[in-house]
Each structure stands twice: as structure tokens, then as C-alpha cells.
Design a protein around this ligand. Sequence first.
Ligand SMILES: [Zn+2]
Length: 353
Amino acid sequence: MINFIKFILLFFIYFNQSFSDELVNLRYGANDDKKRIVLDLKKDLIFDSRIFSKKIEITFKKKIKIIGNFKFQNNLKEILFDDSNNTLNLIFDRLIYKPNIYLLKKKNNKFSRIVIDYSLKKIKKKTVVIDPGHGGKDSGAVGIHKNLEKNITLKIGILLKNKFLKKTNYEVFLTRADDRYLKLRDRTKIAKKNNADIFISLHADYNKNPRTRGLSFYTLSEKASDKEAEALARRENKSDLIDGVDLSNESSEVTNILLDLTKRETLNQSSSLVNFLINSFEGKINLLHRTHRYAGFVVLKSLDIPSVLIEMGYLSNKKDSKLLLTKDYQNKIADKISDAVIEYFVWKEKNIN
Ligand SMILES: [Zn+2]
């Protein structure tokens, strides 16, 4: 008799555990292009989710039971439950974007809730054009360790490209992916052709004073912020002279650009981008005093795309020159740039909507 009671008790416990949770309800919400589906469950539970273009798969760690008839809204077409592996398939009648799936624990609520947020609007990929300065017959600055600017800019350019490719929603183009000579205007043409959202030109500087070191950011301006910036722009613009064309004094177009208000907005955007860059680098990498400077760089001219030229350090300085050759430092610079660009786009999106 005692054995029999034990058996019933065991059976009861087993039965209770076998259906450790119940899905009782499906609710819907919508706000503009954002959609929400809420799954009400009797208990908090652990699950895995997988996302497909038209399907969300939720696999529960424990057995669940589906209770109730569900209606379909928000482009949800069908729900399939496979009780052999406790997988719930939510099938949509169109592509879904930016899905976010999370659990809201029961606490004082009647139900524990799995929330599925998604959008029906296609996300436009951001296009970043990275311009490794110099190349080919134009080696750029020559460092104290005989290291060439053109090689450093290419290495960091490729690293930076790879940082973005690891993220979704980014499309990245390099103006050059090998050691070749490109005119400055050809670089901006690549940005225009690919409808770039931003343009980043990478460089490393040289100074008569071997103690000068640090990284700096330049945006376009008809008037240089100081003599140093002006001299630098002259040096960088010389790249075209190598091929016998001097475009550095094509000021009529530049003046027009600067008078154009939409271009003015581009310059404001470039400055915002620089602010994000400074925040990202500050305290982590040695920065030049007055980190944001302005000058008439040809490579930034004629672009109605937010653009920045980064001088990543001084090849005339022992420390900078050595650092710029290390993989660690090159990676660090690429990391900080990509972090800043991503934050800039998040900020920009918030400010437009
Ligand atoms: Zn340069």
C-alpha cells in the first residue's frame, strides 16, 4: 500500500514536471513600422531563439504545452509547434528586419512574457569609404625607421574595413586595396560612385620637430585653422603633383561648395563625426593638442559626404613611428575609428527621426 502511494506521488511529480510550462496567449502590438508579438507563459523559462528571414524559431529547454487558439496579426501567418523538440516556429508572410527577442520575468505579473520586436522596413546599409592615403609612386611621408606612410595607411585601412565587415548593416569600400597610385580626385570619385555615407582618409604626418607626436583629425575648410594645418594640406595635396596635375588651387569649386548651404550641413556632419572620434580616442591613444583642425585638403573637397582626414601620428617621432608599425596599435586605431563611426550613425539616426 505504501509502495502504491509512493508510485502515485512519483507519477504526479513526473507529470507536473513534464509540462513545466504552458503557452497560454499571444498578443500583438504595433507602432509605426515597429511590430511586437508577446507570448504569455505561465512560468519563467529558458529558451533559445534562431532568426530567419521569414521565420523565428524558439526552442524551449523544457517541455511546454500550447493552450488556446491563437489569432494571427502583424504579418504572422502561421505557428507550428514541434513537440518532439519543443520548438515553436513563427512564420511570417513577408521579410522581417531587426528582430529582438527577450524574456520579461513574471515577478508580480500574471504571466512570464517572451517579447518579439521586429520591423517590416528594410534597413538601408551604411556605406563607408576608407581611403588609405598615397600609394604606388607616391610613398607619402618617410619615417625615421624608413617606414613609408603609404604602407601604414594601407595596413590600417584594410584592418578598418574588416572591423566594419564583422558588423551587419555596413558596406565598406577601399579606394585602394594594394600599393597603387591614385589621384586625389579619383579617391573622391570612388566615394561618390558608391554613394558613401562617410569618407575616411587615412594618413601619417611628418614634422621637423622630432618631439611632435599624436593623432589628429582634419575636416575641410577654405581657411586653415593654423599655419601647421595649412602646410600639412599643402604636403598632402602634393600627391597630385607627382602625376603632373595640380588641383590644389581649384578654389572656385571649393568656394561654391562652401557657399552652398547643403554643403555647410555636410561640414557640420563632418565635425560631429570628429567629436565622436575624439571621444573614442581620448585617454586611449596619444592625441595632438587641438585635435580637430581644418584645412583645404583636395581629398575632402567636392564631397557632399561627411568626410574626415585622420593623421594617425608622426613618422618623424620615434614613439609614434614605432607604434604605427605594430599590429596592436594598428588594430587599436581601427577599433577606435569603427566604434566612433558606429556611434555617429546611431546618433544621426536618432536625430533624423
Ligand atoms: Zn599623407
